[in-house]
Every structure is written in structure tokens, then in C-alpha cells.
Design a protein around this ligand. Structure first.
Ligand code: SDX
Length: 432
């Protein structure tokens, strides 16, 4: 079959340019514009990359209109129901569901890399107690590059694998240290006899003064939240990791760039912003006033947890979390959580509002996750940290894919220059 082409004609010159069209396994056709500047001295312009594919990837696929999310081809709903986070981490990293032996080996490797260097723990003492945990996470994850500079040879497959295992294993330990420092409690060492989610809960909530039993319901809820947050194509933080990594920098430094990007309220910081918004709304009677603010072009207020660049239908992850909310809150004896009742009411009012329907603004993954994190006993400033723990798997998988992709080069976008035309320097006496 002859190669499909997109033919553009330049109105100024009448000159035609043919762009090869590429097709992936799923998703729209893609016009390959790589030759556009070389052969036609033209750039493309796409602020926010709404229509721009930055790379090829085998990891995750999203269909925003159908509300489909696949990890290595497997629907997120099936993985959330049948799998667990460590198995999903293996799938995202290696591309296939593991045999039992592969899973046991991977699980053992992760569990035996959970400790951090003792001097790394001292870094936390430099932060004031009220430092935001995401600020601590950004700083301490970046400082891992001072302990593992061997990862600098990023093409070595063994170095890539040990980086992946260390990063996935240590991010919960670092996150728990950030939380403990913020509440003035001693750090709790990881325990290799506990699964990934249980170990994190133990490091977060255990204290030396008494034994702490992990609630299996809480561990199961956390494990599922981690599956839902593990990866999501070329979202802002993953694209940040890829762009930072494309220079060949230390991969731990590239991951810290992803942490920094995720913190923003338009991205992973939305789960914290949702809870703050629900507490600000306070009462069902106030909802119409806030819906009006969200629709008012002159008001910067947005309905946090609503809208998505890709999903113009329900975010399938929000559907799973919404369903889980009721069950978890009941099992944790918090089924009458007023914030959850408020969230359900807000969702119904928004989904029946013409503005939100016309702009296809549905609840996204961040709308309900904070309600569960709060029910688990976490403060709102730890919600994005929980998102970062899960998304570290996706960031690492994409960093490895990018590093091994022969088509990938250092990322260096161009621009439309709209500044002053070329002009000569004037001495101070000549300036008016
Ligand atoms: C995540 O990319 C990913 O995959 C991200 C993520 C992942 O897993 O990595 O899914 C995680 O970041 C989820 C999104 C969390 N953010 C929020 O919940 C913050 C609130 N939502 C928005 O700020 C917004 O919807 C974005 C940032 C999520 C998407 O922004 P876009 O695609 O750039 O859309 P836009 O801002 O251009 O909005 C389109 C229109 C605008 O109106 P017009 O200019 O066309 O008149 O919709 C309006 C916006 O004003 N709009 C909202 C709104 N979101 C968009 N109006 C009110 N409330 C909102 N939440």
C-alpha cells in the first residue's frame, strides 16, 4: 500500500509540500512534519501541544472521546479490578504481564531497594517543619543524583534497570520521610515483609511508641489508586521527564523535574486543590455560586477536578475511584463524609449544567482521589505526593523508552518570534 501523504500548498508561493502520514496501533493518523523546516523553511505552531505528538510510545494509549485508557494494551478497568500495583509496574516497565517467577524476582528487587542512604535522611532536617511535602520531594529526589551518578551512562541497560528499581522502591520512603518531617515525628524505616502499599502506610503512620497494624482495606484502596495513577501518555510531567532526560542528564534529576511539574494545580496538584475547593464551598447551598464563578470568564476560579486536555468524556479512572469511594468510606466507617456528599452533589449539578456539557468538562482522576486520601488519614498537602509515588513508574518507563528510541534527539522546540525587529545599539546620550 503506497505511503499516505498530507499535501499542503503554500498560498504565498503556490508551492506544495507533501508530508508523510504515519499510523499507530490505535489513534488518529499523524502527519510527520520533521522535514517541514528543512524543505519548506516553515515551522508549525501548537501552544500546549494540543495536536502535536512528541514521540512514538508503546506504553499507554488514551482515547479521550471513548474514555479508554490502556496500559500496554490492557484496559485500566481490568487492571484495577484484577491486578496489583507491583504487577502493573512490571507491565509498564517491561511491556508484558509477568510470569509468577518474574513477578517474585521483581517484587524482591523492589523490596530490597526501599532504604535510602542515611545521609540522605539528614537533608530533611534542612527544611522548616511547614515546608510543603512536594517541595521536599522535589529537592530530595533530585539529590539522589548525587548518590547514584553511575546512572550517567544512560544507554547501559543494566544501569537503566537498577535506576528503575531504585526509583520505584525509594520514592515511598522519601515521601514518608517528608510527611514525618512535616509533623515532627521520627522517620520509620521500610519493612521488607510488607507489600508496597502496606509498607508505605506503615512508614507514614507507625510510631516507635507502639506497634502499628496496617488496615488491609486501606492498603487495598491505596494499591488501586496507585494503579490508576501510574501512567497517562505524554502528560505534562511525563513530557517534562522526557525533555529533561533528552539532554542525557542524570535520570534521577530528570525524575525530580517531573515531580516539580506534577505539583502544579492544573496537573497533579489538582487533587489537593479539589479538597481545598470543597472545603471552601462548604455547603451544598453554595454550589450554584461556585458554578457561576467557574463559568465567569472574568473570574480565575475553576472547578478543580473537572476538565481534561484529552478526556472529552468521563475519565475512566474517575469512574473507578468514584465507585471505590463509597466502599472504602463504608469500610473505614466514614460513609457519611460530608465532603464526599458535597462532591457527589457538585458533580451532579455540574454534569447537568449547559456550560460544562458544551465544553465537555467531566470529573477527572483528581476529583475523587483526595476524598479517599483524606479518609486514609493523610493531610491535603500530601495528596500530590501520593500521585507522584504512583506516577514515578510511568516517568521511569517513559525515560527508558525515550533513552532507547533511535528516533529521539535532544528536545529543542522552535518559536514564532514576535519581539523587536533587528536594530542598532544607541549610546545613552542618543536615547530619548
Ligand atoms: C491531571 O494530561 C494528563 O493526562 C493529566 C492527568 C494525568 O494523569 O497525568 O490526567 C492528571 O492533571 C488531570 C487534570 C487535573 N487538573 C484539574 O482538575 C484543574 C482544572 N482543570 C483545568 O484547569 C483544565 O481542564 C485542564 C488544565 C485540566 C485542561 O486544560 P486545557 O485542555 O488546556 O483546556 P482549557 O483550559 O483550554 O479549557 C477549555 C475550556 C476553557 O474555556 P474557553 O476558553 O474555551 O471559553 O474549558 C474551560 C476553560 O475556561 N474549563 C473550565 C475548567 N476546565 C476547563 N472551566 C471551569 N472549570 C474547569 N475545571
Amino acid at each position: 500500500m503506497s505511503e499516505q501523504k498530507l499535501v499542503l500548498s503554500d498560498p504565498a508561493t503556490g508551492k506544495q509540500c507533501e508530508l508523510p502520514v504515519r499510523k499507530g496501533t490505535h489513534g488518529p493518523a499523524v502527519a510527520d512534519i520533521g522535514s517541514l523546516y528543512r524543505e519548506h523553511a516553515m515551522f508549525t505552531y501548537d501552544p500546549g501541544f494540543v495536536s502535536t505528538a512528541s514521540c512514538r510510545s508503546d506504553i499507554t494509549y488514551i482515547d479521550g472521546n471513548q474514555g479508554i485508557l490502556l496500559y500496554r494494551g490492557y484496559p485500566i478497568e481490568q487492571l484495577a479490578e484484577k491486578s496489583n500495583f507491583i504487577e502493573v509496574a512490571y507491565l509498564l516497565l517491561y511491556g508484558e504481564l509477568p510470569t509468577q517467577t518474574q513477578l517474585d524476582t521483581f517484587n524482591h528487587s523492589i523490596r530490597y531497594h526501599t532504604m535510602i542512604h542515611e545521609s540522605l535522611r539528614d537533608f530533611f532536617r534542612g527544611f522548616h517543619y511547614d515546608a510543603h511535602p512536594m517541595a521536599m520531594l522535589t529537592g530530595v529526589v533530585g539529590s539522589l543524583s548525587a548518590f547514584y551518578n553511575a546512572a550517567q551512562d544512560t544507554r547501559n541497560k543494566d544501569d537503566q534497570e537498577i535506576f528503575a528499581h531504585r526509583m520505584i522502591a525509594k520514592i515511598p520512603t522519601i515521601a514518608a520521610c517528608a510527611y514525618k518531617h512535616s509533623i515532627g515525628q521520627p522517620f520509620v524505616y521500610p519493612r521488607n515483609d510488607l507489600d508496597y502499599a502496606s509498607n508505605l502506610l506503615h512508614m507514614l503512620f507507625a510510631v516507635p511508641a507502639e506497634t502499628y497494624e496496617v488496615d488491609p482495606v486501606a492498603a487495598q484502596a491505596l494499591d488501586m489508586l496507585f494503579i490508576l495513577h501510574a501512567d497517562h501518555e505524554q502528560n505534562a510531567s511525563t513530557s517534562t521527564v522526557r525533555l529533561a532526560g533528552s539532554s542525557g542528564t542524570n535520570p534521577y534529576a530528570a525524575i525530580s523535574a517531573g515531580v516539580a511539574c506534577l505539583w502544579g494545580p492544573a496537573h497533579g496538584g489538582a487533587n489537593e486543590a479539589v479538597l481545598n475547593m470543597l472545603e471552601q464551598i462548604g455547603d451544598v447551598k453554595q454550589i450554584p455560586q461556585y458554578i457561576a464563578k467557574a463559568k465567569d470568564k472574568n473570574d480565575a476560579f475553576r472547578l478543580m477536578g473537572f476538565g481534561h486536555r484529552v478526556y472529552k468524556n468521563y475519565d475512566p479512572r474517575a469512574t473507578v475511584i468514584r465507585g471505590m469511594c463509597h466502599k472504602i468510606l463504608q469500610r473505614l466507617g466514614k460513609e457519611n463524609d460530608p465532603l464526599f456528599e458535597l462532591a457527589l452533589e457538585l458533580e451532579q449539578i455540574a454534569l447537568n449544567d449547559e456550560y460544562f456539557k458544551e465544553k465537555k468538562l467531566y470529573p477527572n482522576v483528581d476529583f475523587y482521589s483526595g476524598i479517599i486520601y483524606k479518609a486514609l488519614g493523610l493531610p491535603t498537602n500530601m495528596f500530590t505526593v501520593m500521585f507522584a509515588i504512583a506516577r514515578t513508574v510511568g516517568w521511569v518507563a517513559h525515560w527508558i523508552e525515550m533513552t532507547n528510541d533511535p528516533e529521539q534527539r535532544i528536545g529543542r522546540p522552535r518559536q514564532i518570534y514576535t519581539g523587536a525587529a533587528q536594530r542598532d545599539y544607541l549610546d545613552p546620550a542618543q536615547r530619548d
